[in-house]
Write a protein that binds this ligand. Structure first.
Ligand code: 5AD
Ligand code: SF4
Length: 429
């Protein structure tokens, strides 16, 4: 059975925040203009930057890793927590200084913050020229043209259909082994703390054969691991009976899609992220158990271990339901690695309710966790309905307890691997 020794979730990789992307221009089309693009946030955002780079490379753009050399600077932004936005604003200040030196430099804001703040960006950050939301990247060449004509350009329209299915993303700063493949966009869940439904719009699934083609191409080029990406992969759904979903295949759910990708080649490892506790089915678990090349690892964000808090978060499951899903994973995929996301100090969370989160951690013994203090996001249901009434001091002391517990559990889980023999994918030197 294939398992991992170090279980690291790669979908929100701290070491990659702010990374710049580099690629070669499309053959024979070099316009002489240079693009610098820097990304923040989740793997979905990094994957989008590859789509943006691909669209602009078709226009003859070259990329550069030095923004001082660039004619166009794009920053692909994240809104998930206040500090993610603060980081971007600080960076933007550095770019706008470059613009004072070089007035025809174009500075653009892409991604979730662009979508959230829309044209407010142009009022607040006067030196920004372009604001483009996550569903409008096909419009970039014409938006850049508009800026060349001396105007400011904004496109933050969200779409019900856009999946960029036909755009083959260029792989940037890649090790040639692991790649992210976007299988769906948007989110319909409306967790009360979360800004994503507002920044990334309605949920839509990408046509399955375009996913298989992309993964097969990757495998043929030497890649040995793909991570299928979506805000909620378990609700992946392709149904040609629905208008607009035309395809040569019939209905495909997430379990079917996993099987199709796993069938590309036994040497291709398959991962996916993120699963939602309300949607992860036994069918998916059996599929993971059935195929040796689907990695035994599930990222299953719990957020809180207390049912009242979960209800306020609008997670649509309670503590018992989550435990039931964990039991199913343990039963169907023995030894499966499990990681999670936890928020401390959500609106009105009491100390006992916080203890429920700690006891949930004890129950599951997660291999890995992303842990956050609650950060109120403007426009979300929680911001409208509930007071952000837990002090930073309490949020932070609860977070410390959660982090300390997780460290113990990660250690225990690693210890459990001692003396075992595993099949390992070597990703680099
Ligand atoms: N405050 C703190 N953490 C948040 N997350 C999402 N929104 C917020 C917020 N407003 C966390 C959740 C989610 C992860 C991607 O980020 O745990 O699963
Ligand atoms: Fe990704 Fe969410 Fe940040 Fe948008 S707000 S970049 S979807 S983590």
């Amino acid at each position: 059975m294939m398992m991992d020794l170090v279980i690291q979730d790669k979908t929100h990789d701290e070491s990659r925040q702010g990374e710049a992307l580099i690629l070669e221009p499309a053959n024979g089309k070099n316009s002489g203009r240079k693009l610098y693009i820097e990304s923040y946030g989740c793997a979905m955002n990094f994957s989008d930057s590859e789509i943006v780079a691909s669209i602009l490379s078709d226009q003859g753009f070259e990329t550069t890793a030095d923004y001082n050399m660039a004619d166009v600077i794009f920053i692909n932004t994240c809104s998930i927590r206040e500090n993610a936005e603060q980081r971007v604003r600080n960076r933007l200040r550095e770019f706008t200084i470059a613009k004072v030196r070089k007035p025809d430099l174009i500075v653009g804001v892409l991604g979730c913050m662009a979508e959230r703040l829309k044209s407010k960006f142009l009022e607040e950050e006067k030196l920004v020229d372009v604001v483009v939301g996550p569903d409008a990247y096909r419009d970039l060449p014409s938006l850049i043209g508009r800026v060349d004509d001396g105007q400011k350009a904004v496109n933050v329209l969200l779409s019900r259909e856009e999946t960029y299915a036909d755009i083959s993303p260029v792989r940037l700063n890649s090790n040639g082994i692991n790649a992210f493949v976007s299988i769906m966009r948007g989110c319909d869940n409306m967790c009360s703390f979360c800004v994503v439904p507002f920044t990334r719009g309605r949920e839509r699934s990408r046509e399955p054969l375009s996913i298989i083609k992309e993964c097969t191409d990757l495998f043929n080029r030497g890649y040995r691991e793909v991570t299928l990406l979506g805000q909620n992969v378990d609700s992946y759904k392709w149904n040609p009976e629905i208008e607009g979903q035309e395809s040569e295949v019939g209905k495909v759910n997430f379990a079917n899609l996993l099987e199709m990708v796993a069938a590309i080649h036994p040497d291709l490892r398959v991962r996916f992220s993120t699963s939602h506790p309300k949607d992860i089915t036994d069918e998916v678990l059996y599929m993971i158990a059935k195929h040796e090349n689907i990695c035994n690892y599930i990222h299953l964000p719990v957020q809180s271990g207390n049912s009242r808090v979960l209800e306020m978060m609008n997670r649509t499951y309670d503590r018992e339901w989550y435990i039931n899903r964990i039991d199913a994973i343990r039963r169907i995929i023995p030894g499966c690695a499990i990681s999670t996301d936890i928020i401390t100090g959500f609106c009105s969370e009491t100390d006992e309710e916080h203890q429920d989160t700690l006891s949930m951690m004890d129950y599951v013994q997660y291999d890995f966790a992303y842990m956050f203090m609650y950060s109120e996001r403007p426009g979300t249901l929680a911001a409208k309905r509930y007071a952000d009434d837990i002090s930073d001091a309490v949020k932070s002391s609860r977070l410390k307890e959660v982090v300390a517990k997780q460290q113990q559990h990660s250690y225990i889980r690693l210890q459990a691997q001692l003396g075992k023999v595993q099949k390992v994918l070597i990703e680099g030197f």
